[in-house]
Design a protein around this ligand. Structure first.
Ligand code: ADP
Ligand code: MG
Length: 296
């Protein structure tokens, strides 16, 4: 057995034994939720950050992974200035806990930097290290959000397919709708992901949001077999959210009574009530293994 294969089997055995540990009745695994979109600038980061705040106010332990390689900005709206990122973990210079920064709400944020940009380039040793580090997150979180980049680049797709749930954000702009459709098409054809959730953003009303949903689910019914899109809800267009962003802050903190904040609160409630469909075991090792499998 060559070194790479040897390491791979160590990773797999380790993953298996940890997965068994995770299966102990009563031990709850974190729910890993990807928030993604076909087109950029549709509100993923704001949704993740504000939703994280709502859920942490409800007593959930929330971790946010910033996997948007191009525009890593979750730290900006939390007004944090992280010193390190996942690259330092990959290089074994820091542990995950040393790299994560904590917001004033108690939300832990894992800055991606450019570290997630090329998982295919990681050596087996680096992968093993990353897997072990991610496993430590299992005991620290109830919910893990992955704020992914936009578009159908392979890194975005790996992350989406590895998560338990995949939330697609779309606006009523035709390009956002066609790009969201393209994302689901590629995910279902290449990664076998058959279930998605939709949140419509920057719409004027619920009926607008339902139109976004109708055009996407109509296209899915027509062209893709067995792909299910579930409507979760919407966030109205709200200048208060934009003003908050300009102040490097969150609408939930600065304008909690605004329509956007209220809508996000409702979405957080809907999400926490939704039945959890975890991928066979939901363990984080499993999550990272799937990310790596996709990258192979
Ligand atoms: N509900 C909303 N109402 C008004 N503007 C919004 C709303 N959601 C997002 N935006 C605007 O869109 C910009 C991009 O949002 P962001 O969350 O960074 O998108 P993404 O992460 O998808 O690139 C924000 O800076 C804000 O100006
Ligand atoms: Mg973003």
């Amino acid at each position: 057995m060559d070194q790479a294969n040897g390491l791979r089997s160590v990773v797999e055995n380790e993953a298996l034994s940890r997965r068994n540990e995770q299966m102990v009745p009563g031990k709850k695994l974190p729910r890993v939720i990807a928030v993604t979109s076909g087109k950029g600038g549709v509100g993923k980061t704001n949704l993740v950050a504000n939703m994280a705040v709502c859920l942490s106010q409800k007593g959930k332990r929330v971790v946010v992974i910033d996997a948007d390689v191009g525009l890593a900005n979750i730290d900006i709206i939390f007004n944090l200035r992280p010193q390190y990122n996942i690259r330092h973990v990959i290089n074994s210079e820091k542990t995950l806990n040393q790299v994560m920064v904590e917001s004033s709400h108690g939300i832990k944020i894992l800055p991606g930097g450019s570290g997630f940009s090329d998982l295919t380039q990681l050596s087996e040793g680096e992968k093993l290290n990353l897997l072990n580090e991610f496993e430590t997150l299992s005991n620290q979180a109830d919910i893990i959000f992955v704020d992914t980049g936009a578009g159908i680049s392979s890194n975005v797709l790996y992350f989406n397919s590895a998560c338990d749930e995949c939330i697609i954000i779309a606006t009523k702009e035709p390009t956002s709708i066609t790009d969201a459709y393209a994302m689901m098409k590629v995910m279902s054809k290449e990664y076998g992901t058959k279930r998605f959730k939709l949140i419509a953003n920057m719409v004027d009303s619920e009926s607008d949001a339902k139109k976004v949903y109708a055009s996407l689910s109509g296209a899915l019914d027509k062209f893709l077999n067995n792909v299910v899109l579930e409507y979760v809800g919407y966030i109205p267009f709200d200048r208060k959210l934009q003003q908050a962003v300009q102040k490097r802050s969150l609408v939930m903190d600065v304008s909690p009574e605004s329509v956007a904040a209220k809508a996000i609160e409702k979405l957080a409630q809907a999400l926490s009530k939704a039945p959890v469909r975890q991928t066979s075991n939901g363990a984080l090792t499993f999550f990272m293994n799937k990310v790596f499998e996709g990258a192979r």
